[in-house]
Design a binder for this molecule. Structure first.
Ligand code: AMP
Ligand code: MG
Length: 338
């Protein structure tokens, strides 16, 4: 089946064509995108939507051309239905509805976060992994159990990336702070004890952030040593809860997604933990970790092939800005270890 995916939850407008008859990543025939950027400060939702409106046709044509298919060959339209910024979501939703009506093909709404998980499985070949989602705003331990992707643990205050960026900002390092903190940490191996906050399956970073800022302002510690110690503590915290999820759920695979998963030291620590448990650790290629439409096309096709009832009415379908990962009824994943 040839499926077209449309991504538009936030800053990226993406279109992708997949051929679900092919195996693994070979089924992705194209994965085009155009991303709204700002010179200073964060995303302005209305401007992002204007950007998407302006580039949507161009991105669609690029995806069709790269895949060497005609629009008329498309048999399914999948779009990012949730969660995200309403003005951005609206552009992709309307585009997808229009195409589904025009081509008279099924329309499937995909949860963007779940699509990140599914493409992670496809890219790694993992069957039933635990996911550690460590981006700027998010820190969650997720796994499939009993018909849902369930959140087994999460941050109680800020995301791991935002925590690192906040400390970086407070010492005069620009955004994003993660890569620079990582460089500094490589210059040190002096372990300074910091608040380590794991509560059951959840983590919290604000205590460590305050302590780090105080230590830096007190001028008794070198920045490289603080960067090193920050990484050792923060990564150990999230790896501890990921390991506990693997143990409880009897799962042997771990997939890390989100910007912080790029960190070398994090990867080393996660790899050691998995190997000690005779498990496997995996980080998907960057192309699928950042927002992309291939994951939407792929997940939409998975859903529709498993259950035709996932198809929406192309006249009335709507986006869902606040849908959570564990609200989606997952009828396409075959088996669970529970
Ligand atoms: P995302 O929200 O998934 O786009 O990821 C962005 C976050 O990843 C930011 O907070 C970055 O500081 C962080 N990040 C990117 N590269 C690294 C790195 N090498 N080490 C730690 N954090 C990183
Ligand atoms: Mg995303």
């Amino acid at each position: 089946m040839l499926a077209l995916g449309i991504e538009s939850t936030a800053h990226t407008y993406g279109c992708s064509v997949i051929n679900s008859r092919k195996k693994g990543l070979k089924q992705i025939l194209s994965n085009e995108r155009d991303t709204y950027t700002t010179k200073k400060g964060g995303i302005i939702p209305m401007e992002a939507a204007e950007h998407h409106e302006a580039v949507k046709e161009k991105v669609l044509q690029a995806a069709l051309k790269k895949a060497k298919v005609n629009l008329e060959d498309i048999q399914l339209i999948a779009f990012s239905q949730a969660p995200g910024l309403p003005p951005s979501l609206r552009v992709g939703t309307e585009h997808a509805k229009k195409l589904a009506k025009q081509l008279k093909v099924p329309l499937v709404g995909v949860n963007h976060c779940i699509a990140h998980l599914e493409i992670g499985k496809l890219a790694s070949g993992a069957k039933d992994p635990v996911f550690l989602f460590i981006s700027g705003a998010n820190t969650q331990v997720i796994s499939y159990a009993a018909k849902r992707y369930r959140i087994f643990g999460e941050t109680l205050d800020m995301g791991l990336g935002n925590f690192i960026d906040s400390f970086a900002r407070s010492v005069g390092i620009g955004f994003p702070g993660g890569p620079k903190i990582s460089e500094l940490a490589e210059k040190s191996n002096k372990f300074i004890e910091l608040p380590y906050s794991v509560k059951g399956m959840d983590v919290a970073f604000s205590g460590m952030l305050t302590n780090l800022k105080q230590k830096y302002q007190g001028k008794k510690y070198k920045l490289a040593d603080l960067a090193f110690s920050l990484q050792e503590h923060a990564f150990a915290m999230v790896i501890e809860v990921a390991e506990r999820a693997m143990a409880y759920l009897k799962k042997k695979e771990l997939i890390a997604i989100g910007g912080v998963a790029a960190n070398k030291r994090f990867r080393k620590m996660a790899d050691i933990m998995c190997r000690e448990r005779k498990g496997k650790f995996y980080v998907p290629p960057r192309e699928f970790v950042t927002d992309n439409a291939a994951m939407i096309a792929y997940t939409g096709a998975l859903m529709y092939r498993a259950d035709k009832k996932y198809a929406l009415n192309a006249k009335t379908a709507d986006f869902k800005p606040y849908q959570r990962t564990d609200e989606v009824d997952v009828r396409w994943v075959g088996k669970t270890n529970l």
